[in-house]
Design a protein around this ligand. Structure first.
Ligand SMILES: NC(=O)c1ccc[n+]([C@@H]2O[C@H](COP(=O)([O-])OP(=O)(O)OC[C@H]3O[C@@H](n4cnc5c(N)ncnc54)[C@H](O)[C@@H]3O)[C@@H](O)[C@H]2O)c1
Length: 389
């Protein structure tokens, strides 16, 4: 529903909608009609109804906004029918599926962008500009995370409660790596002059979900049959080919304030988020962080300058959802490639399966595949940083 709202605000024709729950599809259809558009056709006839949607010819882009296990089959089907794809995060949850996206995007020459909205955040886009302007010197280290207390949502009998908790009974590693990692990878120029080399990963015991169940779920509920195996706090260290390091964290099972850490450090200074603060070499005063507001006039991203007001009004995740959708739709309308491609989608999703492999081997190093097949060495540019208008 949030994406539909943003698409309508970005002046896009929504021609078809698919959801296995007809009421949800109808609610989205009503939103589109209310915006003055023709009623989009609905596809609600079971898990594979999407196959009929992607067979339509009047589509430029298919957005995949379903539970994780459907991302790859839906994205691949859409590309095979000649449509560009924007997939929710993570784009894939196995290395084989990462390759399937890469291979299909290359074979069909269709764009496959992962909807990593955090790359479009107000702070992230501004810090990116400062990184590119050299304010932090040579980069060394970043921190990225998804630290979000999702216990109530995961134990709900609707929405993500219908599928997300179950994944904690199956896997042990970082289940959701991309929100923190995307922006830090973008600061570091991953897939554009550098790439992820290997990671090591370890997890704590899995206690948080069982403790929440004990406190909130009546005995006899079927949820009591579940055994949670995903270690509550998972920490991975990623090394890049150029020797940089990223500390990547994940925890959705315990009480804590939300954070994606969003830290970048170089030879001339460091930025830390939550709350946003900065320290540069030679800064006046004590060795203390200062706020980032004074950098806004010079380094605010052009997208935020132009669309920030409406983005904040629409609200999704502080406005970054609209900024991302607006920018993606602008690229589609102007025939430009989206900012991020299938190689980014694969590389940022890969710590999911790779962290599981490392945890299973006692924290052993696990190599990243080179999804770009060597092209990372020649690829240049800095998505988002180069946007002028
Ligand atoms: N980028 C972000 O900030 C952000 C925020 C929330 C969720 N997400 C991602 O968005 C995706 C959806 O999350 P959500 O919170 O909306 O989950 P949700 O469970 O609320 O919604 C998923 C929808 O998919 C439908 N669905 C399930 N199987 C389907 C199928 N085979 N065909 C068609 N529809 C199907 C469900 O009926 C439901 O309406 C997930 O990948 C999640 O990780 C991203």
């Amino acid at each position: 529903m949030d994406h539909v709202e943003n698409l309508l605000a970005a002046d896009v024709s929504v021609v078809a909608l698919c959801d296995i729950v007809p009421e949800k599809a109808k609610a989205a259809q009503a939103m589109v009609e209310k915006a003055g558009q023709k009623a989009p056709e609905l596809y609600t006839d079971g898990d594979h109804a999407f196959e009929k949607l992607v067979a339509r010819e009047d589509i430029n882009l298919v957005m995949v906004v379903t539970p994780w296990k459907w991302h790859v089959p839906m994205a691949v089907a859409a590309m095979r029918h000649g449509h560009h794809v924007a997939s929710e995060v993570p784009a894939a949850t196995t290395i084989e599926d990462c390759w399937q996206l890469v291979n299909t995007s290359e074979e069909t020459q269709r764009h496959c962008m992962m909807l990593e909205n955090c790359c479009y955040g107000e702070n992230e886009t501004m810090i990116l500009a400062m990184v590119r302007a050299g304010l932090f010197g040579d980069l060394l280290y970043g921190e990225a995370a998804y630290l979000h207390d999702l216990r109530e949502e995961m134990f709900s009998n609707k929405g993500e409660g219908l599928w997300r908790r179950a994944i904690h009974t199956e896997r042990n590693g970082n289940l959701y790596p991309t929100h923190g990692l995307g922006p830090v990878a973008n600061y570091m120029g991953i897939n554009r002059g550098d790439r992820f080399d290997y990671l090591v990963s370890v997890s704590t015991p899995a206690l948080g979900l069982a403790a929440y169940r004990e406190a909130h779920i009546p005995q006899g509920d079927p949820k009591w049959n579940e055994k949670y195996v995903d270690g509550d706090v998972n920490v991975s260290l990623i090394k890049t080919m150029n020797g940089l390091m990223i500390n990547l964290q994940f925890d959705t099972s315990n009480p804590q304030p939300y954070s994606r850490l969003n830290t970048i450090q170089g030879t001339k200074g460091i930025f830390r988020d939550y709350p946003p603060r900065i320290y540069f070499d030679g800064q006046k005063g004590e060795e203390e962080y200062v706020g980032i507001d004074s950098y806004k006039a010079q380094y605010e991203n052009a997208l935020w300058k132009k669309e920030g007001e409406i983005a904040k009004k629409l609200g999704g995740h502080g406005g970054m959802d609209f900024i991302m959708i607006y920018r993606l739709m602008d690229c589609m309308k102007r025939g430009l490639a989206p900012d991020f491609d299938v190689y980014d989608a694969a590389a940022w999703s890969a710590p999911g399966p790779l962290s599981r492999a490392s945890v299973a081997q006692g924290g052993a190093p696990v190599p990243f595949p080179d999804f770009t097949r060597g092209k990372w060495k020649e690829r240049k540019g800095s998505p988002i940083a180069e946007i002028q208008s």
